[in-house]
Design a binder for this molecule. Structure first.
Ligand code: HEM
Ligand code: HEM
Ligand SMILES: [Fe+2]
Length: 462
C-alpha cells in the first residue's frame, strides 16, 4: 500500500464480503423453496427471498467496485484520497441504505421493476451516495492532476453506472414502457458500463501481476471498450423481443447482442496473452487465480451461455425459464464477483499486513470450491431449464406440473450450491481470521504497492 488513505478500501471490502455471505444464504433458501416443504411460506415467501438474494448481490458488488476504486485511484494518480472522512461517511450511509432496503423487503416495502425494487426514498439515497463517491474520486484525480487510461476506464464505468440508474427513478404507468427503460439500467449495466469497470480492474491487476507492459495493455483496453459499446448498446434490444415494441427491434437485438461475446472473449485473450508474454511467477498466486478466473469464467458465462439464448429463434422458447438463471449465475459470478474477489485478494496483503506468498491453502480451497460449485450450479440450472422449456413451452404442460418434474435438478442445485457456499465461507474465514488486522499506519511494504515486474523480482531475490 503506497498511500495511507487506500485503507478505506478495507472497510468497503468488509461490508461487501459480509453481504456476499448473506446473499448466498438467501440463494440457498430460494432453492430450498423449490423443493419444499416451506415452513417460512408466510414470513418469507419465494418472491421475497429471491428479491433479497438479487438485490443484496447488486449492493455488494457495487460496494466492492467502490472499494476497488478507492484502492486503485490513489495508486494510479499517485496521491492520497481527497477526503477519507467522506469515503467513510459514504460507506456508512450506503450500508444503512442497504440494510434498510433489505429489511423493508421482508415487510413488503418494495417498488419498481425486477432488480430495481428499491423504494423511491432508498433510490434517492443511492443517487446521493453515488454523487458523493464520484465527487471524492473526481477531486482526488483533480488534486493529482494526472490519471492513467486504466483508471479513466474504471472511473468512466462508475460515472456511467450512476447515470444509467436514473431511469429507474421514474415510475412509468405503462408496463411496456416501464420494461423498455428498465433494461437501460439492467442491461446497460451488466453488458455495457460494468464491463468497463471489469476491463479497468483487469488491466490494473494484469499490469501488476504479470508485469505486462502498461502501454500495450492500455492500448488493448481501448479495443475492449470499443467492442463493448458497439455491441452492447443496440444489444439492449435482445430484451425487446416479446414486450410489445415494433418488430425491427428484434433484428437489432439479434444482430448486435450476438456480437457482445467478442468483448468477453477479448478480455480472456487479453489475460492469456499478458501471462504468455510476461510469466506467471507473481508471489500472490491467489490473486492471479481470481484474475484469470474472471476473464475465463465471464467468457463462458456471459459470452457462450449468453450467446446460446440470445437468438430470437431460441429465446422464443427459453425466455424467462431457468435457462436465464443458468446464464445469469455464471455470467454475474464470472464477470463481477470474481473481479471483485480478485481485487480483494490482490489488496489483502497490503491492507492487512499478510505476507504475499502466504496465499493460504484455505484461500485456494475457497477459490476452487466456488469455481466448481458454480459450474455445478450452472449445470443444474441448465438441465432444469432444458426440461422446463420442453415440457412447459413445447408440450404445453402446466407450470406447476412442470416444476414438480424438475425436483431432481433442484436436488443437484442444493448439492452444488452447498459446495459453493462452503467456498464462500472459506473466503470469509481467510479474509476475516487468517489475514492479520487492518494496517492502521500506511507503512509501505514492498509488494502490492509497486508495479511488479519479473526483473524487479529477480533483483529482490538477489
Ligand atoms: C457479465 C455479463 C452478463 C451478465 C451479468 C448477465 C446477466 C443476466 C441476467 C441476470 C439476466 C436476467 C435478467 C432479468 O430477467 O431480469 C440476463 C438475461 C439475458 N442475458 Fe445476460 N448477462 C450478461 C451478458 C450477456 C451476453 C453477452 C448476452 C448475449 C450474448 C446475454 C444474453 C442474455 C439474454 C438473451 C437474456 C434474456 C433471457 C430471457 O429472455 O429470459 N447476456 N442476463
Ligand atoms: C448457493 C448459492 C446460490 C443458490 C443456491 C442460488 C439460487 C438461486 C435461485 C433458486 C434463484 C431463483 C431462480 C428463479 O427465478 O427461479 C436465484 C436467482 C438469482 N441468483 Fe442465485 N443462487 C446462489 C448464488 C448466487 C450468486 C453467487 C449469484 C451472483 C453471482 C447469484 C445471482 C442470481 C441472480 C442474478 C438471480 C436472478 C436470475 C434471474 O432472474 O433469472 N446467485 N438464485
Ligand atoms: Fe442483456
Amino acid at each position: 500500500m503506497r498511500f495511507k488513505s487506500q485503507r478505506v478500501a478495507y472497510y468497503y471490502f468488509v461490508v461487501a464480503l459480509l453481504l456476499y455471505g448473506l446473499q448466498v444464504v438467501f440463494g440457498l433458501l430460494s432453492a430450498a423453496k423449490y423443493l419444499g416443504p416451506d415452513p417460512l411460506l408466510h414470513l418469507l415467501p419465494f418472491d421475497k427471498t429471491k428479491e433479497i438474494h438479487t438485490n443484496i448481490l447488486i449492493v455488494w458488488v457495487l460496494t466492492g467496485f467502490m472499494g476497488a476504486a478507492y484502492y486503485v485511484v490513489p495508486e494510479e494518480s499517485r496521491t492520497e484520497i481527497y477526503s477519507e472522512k467522506l469515503a467513510y461517511g459514504q460507506l456508512i450511509a450506503w450500508t444503512l441504505m442497504g440494510l434498510t432496503t433489505v429489511t423493508g423487503y421482508v415487510f413488503g416495502w418494495t417498488a419498481g421493476n425486477k432488480l430495481l425494487e428499491q423504494p423511491l426514498p432508498m433510490k434517492v439515497v443511492i443517487v446521493l451516495v453515488m454523487l458523493a463517491f464520484l465527487f471524492n474520486i473526481g477531486m482526488t484525480i483533480r488534486k493529482a492532476g494526472r490519471w492513467t487510461t486504466t483508471e479513466a476506464v474504471l472511473v468512466a464505468g462508475l460515472v456511467l453506472s450512476a447515470l444509467l440508474y436514473l431511469p429507474a427513478l421514474i415510475d412509468f404507468e405503462n408496463y411496456t414502457v416501464g420494461i423498455f427503460y428498465r433494461w437501460w439500467t439492467v442491461h446497460l449495466w451488466v453488458e455495457g458500463v460494468w464491463e468497463l469497470i471489469q476491463g479497468g480492474l483487469l488491466a490494473f491487476l494484469l499490469i501488476r501481476l504479470s508485469g505486462a507492459d502498461r502501454e500495450v495493455m492500455e492500448k488493448w483496453l481501448y479495443v475492449i471498450v470499443g467492442l463493448t459499446f458497439i455491441a452492447g448498446i443496440l444489444g439492449t434490444a435482445h430484451h425487446y423481443y416479446w414486450i410489445g415494441v415494433p418488430h425491427y427491434w428484434a433484428m437489432f437485438g439479434g444482430t448486435f447482442s450476438a456480437l457482445e461475446p467478442l468483448s468477453f472473449f477479448g478480455m480472456a485473450v487479453y489475460a492469456y496473452s499478458a501471462l504468455r508474454r510476461s510469466g506467471l511467477s507473481h508471489p500472490n498466486r491467489l490473486a492471479l487465480h481470481w484474475t484469470i478466473g474472471s476473464a475465463v469464467y465471464s467468457a463462458l458465462g456471459a459470452g457462450i451461455l449468453g450467446l446460446a439464448h440470445t437468438w430470437p429463434a431460441v429465446n422464443k422458447w427459453t425466455h424467462g425459464t431457468l435457462i436465464t438463471a443458468m446464464h445469469g449465475h455464471m455470467a454475474f459470478f464470472g464477470a463481477y464477483v470474481m473481479i471483485v474477489l480478485a481485487m480483494i485478494t490482490y489488496a489483502m496483503p497490503a491492507l492487512t499486513g499478510r505476507d504475499e506468498e502466504q496465499s493460504s491453502a484455505v484461500g485456494m480451497w475457497a477459490f476452487w470450491l466456488q469455481v466448481a460449485g458454480m459450474f455445478g450450479m450452472t449445470m443444474a440450472f441448465a438441465t432444469a431449464g432444458i426440461v422446463q422449456t420442453y415440457l412447459e413451452h413445447i408440450l404445453g404442460i402446466g407450470y406447476l406440473d412442470t416444476q414438480h418434474k424438475l425436483s431432481v435438478h433442484f436436488v443437484m442445485l442444493m448439492g452444488t450450491g452447498s459446495l459453493f457456499a462452503v467456498g464462500v465461507l472459506l473466503f470469509l474465514v481467510d479474509f476475516f481470521f487468517l489475514a492479520v488486522k487492518p494496517r492502521v499506519h500506511g507503512d509501505s511494504r514492498a509488494g502490492s504497492g509497486a508495479a511488479w515486474t519479473p526483473s524487479s523480482a529477480a533483483q529482490a531475490s538477489k
